[in-house]
Design a protein around this ligand. Sequence first.
Ligand code: EPU
Length: 361
Amino acid sequence: MSLSMTHDAPLAPYTTLALGGAAERLVVAQDDATLRDALRWAQEYGVSAHLLGGGSNVVVPDEGVPGLVVHVATRARVARREAGQVEVKVAAGEPWDELVEWAVSEGLAGIECLAGIPGQVGATPIQNVGAYGQEVSETIVRVEVLDRKTLETSTLPASACGFGYRDSAFKRAGAAGAARYVVTHVTFALTPGGAPALRYAELTRAVPADASLAEVRDAVLALRRAKSMVLPPHAAPNDPNLRSAGSFFTNPVVDDAQAADVARRAIAAGLVPDAGAMPSWPSGPGRTKLAAGWLVERAGFAKGTRRGHVGLSSAHALALVHHGGGTTSALLALADEIVRGVEERFGVVLEREPRLLGVDG
Ligand code: EPU
């Protein structure tokens, strides 16, 4: 096995935040064999291995990442007809947005609302990527994984992936947890000639009821562009919020009683006239999803707030941005300040969405 390994490799260029230190060692895996070899090497030498995909949902510590970082750069896409659907098996390193573009151009429905999301296909099942009323769990039929211990591949049906809001079994400890598996391929079942998903109020307002897949994709890209939630080539020229990891916090899902308490606090603070004016969505029996961006803004963190070289996006309070010359510790300090501020005002503890490389599982 000859493994090409770079020592002390800066990781900032591999991330959309463009922050953080170096990997002690870096392997760029362009095929599955290299991915397996890298994991085997780490196992043999007792070194921890950390997987890096598109770098759009990850924060790299300033002190860097000890051990081995494996950047997944595998490419492949194979489509076949299967019982009236088109099943497309995609390598983990394929850019997600290119898959959406292809699906829409082929008239295949199922992922059109997920246009413009940065990052790679292999990361999508891990946090069950979603936007504008659609989630990848709706179309994923199976996920091929590499067992970090045995280095064997296996195929998990969607039912074994434990999908939830921004969640899956891959994220949690346990049988299919991050410590165990590396995603190598994801298979999606898309619907030829299917209608686009028009479920998110903001999106349904933006397109006619009989909109085509392409119109929905364009509308999603425009909405994301207005929120600085896209990268080039979709971003607005001179977008000041380009260096970000998208939503920095997940939307809190709380029990209904806590949601009512948050609304009471918001009314008492004069932020809304009544509970109905606070954005929230039913999220399963007895549960309510709150809008983290709304909570952040109403806790006193206005869009565009700056702390030196980092700050809040001027287009969306949920995205933390790096203006250049900053540090991860400054970014995380701002994140902590926001978590404390939101907790003080609303009694809700926000959870970070991007993974801290080398620290989180
Ligand atoms: N809001 C504010 N201030 C802000 C931002 C939002 O008050 O600065 C309010 C909005 O007015 C709205 C509510 O919060 O009432 C929700 O905002 P938005 O529709 O922008 O969606 P979001 O809940 O903030 C989620 C996802 C995004 C996804 C959009 C669209 C999470 C954590 N984020 O954002 O995903 O694009 O919905 O579906 O679930 C990501 O995960 O990185 C991401 C960008």
